[in-house]
Design a protein around this ligand. Structure first.
Ligand code: LFR
Length: 478
């Protein structure tokens, strides 16, 4: 088949991008046409996202995409949107956003956990939703809203799609992170909405990746230079769902780490694991593309390092990341570690001090030295990855030989090697842009430009992106 071009809007917690993806029967290539920063902002005493600014960047990016495609005589077939999960904007019946959306890093939902669990036993919640307990899961955030009458909660990618098309839908992979979605039925857990006193239509109806959300509103078409008939297609709108869809696995059983701000570590399964043991291990059953289950642990990630870098930069210390990692690599193994999962690390500010305090708490000492702190983070992440993979194998009764690391962390050779050492498994690193690739490939399949299941999409990723392999070296201390 002839090639086609698609646009991916992919926004993470620290940056966003609009990417053109060109897909043919033999592969997929990406061209980033617009990049912009993102981060939480303090407004009205809370940590929020500057959504208005983000949406303006999306429009700028789509205009750049239209121009870049036009220069090659191409027409963009469709647009797919993915972002981080759990957060939402409240929208009136008339379609107005009532406030900038809160960030999951805001602490307000912590106090809502106990009251929610009084109405809904956590064991019962897990048996239906299979969702790992995190204090910021959407249901706890919604429980803090004073009045939802006449309002609808649109998850961030759904909110963007709504502003582009005027159509309200909730994409199912992201719906699975709300804590209000039935992991087996693949439907809203309406009994939980009722139990929490939430309006039945607090979320718009579900839509599956690959289905069309709508076409562009005339005003959006005019502003971006895209054709009015351009469709917005649902993709794995939870960034992790898109990333996992593009893991270049060649075998059926594999583990993955989607390594960015967070580390999402686990397996892909056909059926959820809803056992008590799984709940105690805090494993999540998020929905993947094609109704798969992303059986994983949501662990701390490179946020630990990026926050340290932010603090060091404020002190005038701005080493290049590769230099910092090289120096950290040269340090001896067996240094102190932290638990990257600790909620203590969720909030921003003073990360180096907090890491050193956490190490002190374990009875060890960590010098106030960026390389030592960096090494501590990498050792801790690799250990965490290995523990999570071992636990996932046990809980899901699987054995895997290969660990795929995708996302930003796949470029971090130290982290990849330490993960190979800690897991005693082969690590395959890349692609860095797995999320955008998963987004683009689901659109391409919807447009009939590629055929088949996830295995076929993954073959295309493996065929068109260079991957690096790491094999276990020194014995880890696990
Ligand atoms: C990764 C991610 C994780 C989710 C966290 C918060 O970007 O989407 O999967 O747990 O962000 O939404």
């Amino acid at each position: 088949t002839a090639g086609a071009v698609f646009a991916a809007v992919d926004i993470g917690a620290s940056s966003g991008r609009v990417i053109l993806g060109r897909v043919s029967g033999s592969g997929v290539t990406l061209e980033t046409v617009h990049r912009f920063p993102n981060g939480v902002v303090e407004v009205d005493g809370g940590l929020r996202w500057d959504f208005d600014a983000l949406f303006a960047e999306v429009l700028t990016g789509l205009a750049a995409a239209a121009r870049a495609a036009g220069e090659h005589g191409e027409t963009i077939t469709s647009i797919g949107i993915d972002t981080w999960a759990v957060d939402y904007g409240l929208v009136t019946k008339a379609g107005a956003l009532v406030a900038q959306p809160y960030s999951y890093r805001d602490d307000r939902s912590r106090a809502a956990v106990a009251p929610v669990h009084q109405k809904l036993d956590p064991a019962r919640l897990y048996a239906t939703t299979g969702l790992q307990f995190l204090q910021f899961n959407t249901l706890y955030q919604l429980a803090t809203e004073p009045d939802l009458k006449g309002l609808q909660a649109l998850l961030i990618p759904d909110l963007i799609a709504f502003l582009l098309t005027g159509v309200r839908r909730t994409e199912s992979t992201n719906a699975s992170t709300t804590g209000l979605f039935d992991a087996v039925a693949g439907e809203w857990a309406t009994e939980f909405l009722t139990a929490l006193g939430l309006p039945k239509d607090v979320f718009p109806p579900l839509i599956e990746p690959g289905e069309t959300i709508g076409t562009l509103l005339p005003a959006i078409a005019a502003r971006t230079g895209l054709a009015h008939a351009t469709t917005v297609v649902a993709v794995g709108s939870h960034d992790t769902a898109s990333a996992v869809a593009a893991v270049p696995a060649q075998e059926e059983n594999f583990a993955y780490v989607s390594s960015g701000t967070w580390s999402l570590v686990g397996l892909e399964l056909k059926h959820p694991v809803l056992t008590q043991a799984s709940r105690e291990a805090n494993f999540t059953n998020e929905r993947g593309v094609d109704g798969t289950i992303r059986y994983l642990r949501n662990m701390g990630g490179l946020w630990l390092l990026s926050e340290c870098q932010r603090t060091w930069a404020a002190d005038g210390y701005t080493p290049e990341l590769t230099k910092l990692l090289d120096t950290a690599s040269a340090l001896p193994p067996g240094g102190p570690q932290i638990n990257p999962d600790d909620p203590y690390f969720i909030a921003p500010e003073n990360m180096p001090d907090r890491i050193r305090a956490a190490v002190r708490h374990t009875g060890h000492l960590l010098p106030d030295d960026p390389a030592a702190i960096t090494r501590c983070i990498m050792d801790s992440l690799a250990t965490g990855y290995a523990k999570a993979i071992t636990a996932a194998e046990r809980l899901a009764d699987r054995t895997v030989n290969t660990v795929h690391i995708v996302g930003g962390g796949s470029q971090n050779r130290l982290l990849c090697q330490l993960t190979a050492d800690a897991t005693r498994k082969t690590v395959v690193a890349g692609p860095v842009e797995a999320t955008a690739l998963g987004n683009i490939l689901v659109q391409a399949r919807a447009a009939g430009k590629v055929d088949g299941g996830l295995a076929d999409l993954r073959r295309l990723v493996a065929a068109s992106h260079g991957l690096r392999t790491f094999t276990p070296q020194q014995l880890s201390r696990l």
